[in-house]
Design a binder for this molecule. Structure first.
Ligand code: ATP
Ligand code: MG
Length: 453
């Protein structure tokens, strides 16, 4: 794969670095982080191998087993970000729902390419951003000061000078109140009719049809009056769009999907089961069979081209309370050789989750209240008590993992979040007694916590 398809400036991280990046956002779960780090590095390794052998190397897909709210999705999401890889999350159980039976699993691949196209397009637009900005400036100057054709024998030095003076004013932001008329292009395709027509069409058709027809119908242009600060980014975007070669974007997007796409198959345990010959297990097995070709490798037609799925990395996840990975059909098990277990989280982890990650909840609330001029901070004792209470509620009602922290924190800070605009400028320290006062009653009452926390 070309460096371009791999993502701009993507320096291949070694497993140790991948884990330490993940550590910045996710507490604990070392085994899972290790497994995904190896899987990611393996892709780079595979690319270094000579082509004939490379074709033989299939990605080692992963099953993450663990209770709800312990970081499965979060790990996969962060990994995709690190890898600058197209990432799609789908619920495997969706394919068994009424109305979804027979929903083609190929839509997974189509959606993934679509994500890759957006990604690559954004990168390509970024690359031409300077040129687009310059071109937009020229167009805006043309609109502000329509160029006059130079009369015979007369130098247009004067008008050029005016233009440069105007350019300076524009750059200094002094033309913010001026307005210009910009031509806005609109597609004249009758959208409403299309929706009706393709009601029963297979997924992906609407897009194709829409694209086809928009080529047939003339583009309608309309003049729209805009203020300069609006017009500049508008023209910039238009120019960037013109400078980006969409054929190239599509080609790179397909390549990137094939070589570095990551599909997160959530709730895989809900489709496990193969013993019985009737009832829901039959449809579950059906979904597994449907998934098989994509996971094993096949070619899928998308509107951006044919995509081979052989090297897409699949990360499956599930609680596996009732079923086990061994309840999956053998072919699927074989395609998911890496198994990792995530552990349920306790008080110590909660304390760390509340304070350590870059986007930890306590920091989020501190930042949000700073917007109101309130300086919020949490005593270590308070954080500890919050973690303790979250654990307690998880034990007594239902264990929803770290998600419990969200409900507990929101309840704890409810009063402050309401009154913050009126008490601007104050310093508020959340102490252990404050936590006690606000939450102890609710935590003690299991029924009450079921509703509130
Ligand atoms: N180990 C962790 N470290 C930091 N934050 C975590 C951790 N585990 C969970 N969280 C936070 O809890 C929330 C839910 O986590 P996540 O979506 O990863 O759960 P999950 O394991 O995928 O659960 P489910 O099985 O229900 O999908 C997220 O906001 C996430 O940031
Ligand atoms: Mg999840």
């Amino acid at each position: 794969m070309t460096a371009e398809a791999a993502g701009i400036g993507a320096r291949p991280l070694v497993p140790r670095e991948i884990v330490s990046e993940l550590d910045r956002h996710i507490v604990g779960q070392a085994a899972a982080k290790r497994a995904v780090a190896i899987a990611l590095r393996n892709r780079w390794r595979r690319r270094q191998v000579a082509p004939e052998l490379r074709e033989e190397i299939a990605p080692k897909n992963i099953i993450m087993a663990g209770p709800t709210g312990v970081g499965k999705t979060e790990i996969a999401r962060r990994l995709a970000k690190l890898a600058q890889a197209p990432f799609l999350k789908v619920e495997a159980s969706k394919f068994t729902e009424v109305g979804y039976v027979g929903r083609d699993v190929e839509s997974i691949v189509r959606d993934l390419v679509e994500i890759a196209v957006h990604m690559v397009r954004a990168e390509e637009m970024e690359k031409v951003a300077d040129r687009a900005r310059a071109a937009a400036e020229e167009r805006l100057l043309d609109l502000l000061l329509p160029p006059v054709p130079p009369r015979a024998g007369e130098a247009d030095a004067g008008s050029r000078e005016t233009r440069e003076r105007l350019r300076l004013l524009l750059r200094e932001g002094k033309l913010a109140d001026r307005t210009v008329e910009v031509e806005v292009r609109e597609s004249a395709v009758p959208v409403i009719d299309l929706i009706g027509m393709t009601g029963g069409a297979p997924e992906g058709m609407e897009g194709n049809l829409q694209e086809m027809l928009s080529g047939l119908f003339p583009k309608k242009t309309r003049r729209k009056r805009m203020r300069v600060p609006e017009a500049l980014p508008f023209l910039e975007k238009e120019e960037a769009g013109r400078l980006v070669d969409m054929e190239r974007v599509k080609r790179l997007a397909v390549e990137r999907t094939e070589e570095s796409g990551i599909v997160f198959l959530d709730e895989i345990d809900k489709i496990a089961g193969r013993e019985s010959l009737s009832g829901p297990d039959v449809s579950r097995q059906g979904v597994q069979r449907d998934l098989l070709p994509i996971v094993e490798g096949s070619s899928v037609n998308t509107k951006h081209g044919v995509v081979r799925t052989d090297f897409i990395l699949f990360i499956a996840a599930g609680a596996f309370h009732v079923s086990k990975p061994s309840d999956l059909i053998p072919e699927l098990q074989g395609r998911f050789p890496i198994r990792v277990e995530l552990t349920s989280l306790g008080k110590e982890e909660f304390v760390r989750i509340l304070t350590e990650p870059h986007g930890a909840l306590t920091r989020q609330y501190e930042a949000m209240l700073a917007a109101e001029g309130v300086t919020l901070s949490f005593d270590p004792g308070a954080v500890e008590r919050i973690a303790e209470m979250a654990c307690e509620v998880n034990e007594r009602t239902e264990n929803i993992g770290a998600r419990r922290l969200h409900t507990v924190m929101e309840r704890l800070l409810d009063e402050l979040l309401f009154t913050a605009p009126d008490i601007g400028g104050q310093v508020v320290v959340i102490t252990r007694p404050y936590v006690e006062e606000r939450l102890a009653g609710i935590v003690r009452d299991a029924d009450l916590s079921r509703y509130i926390l």
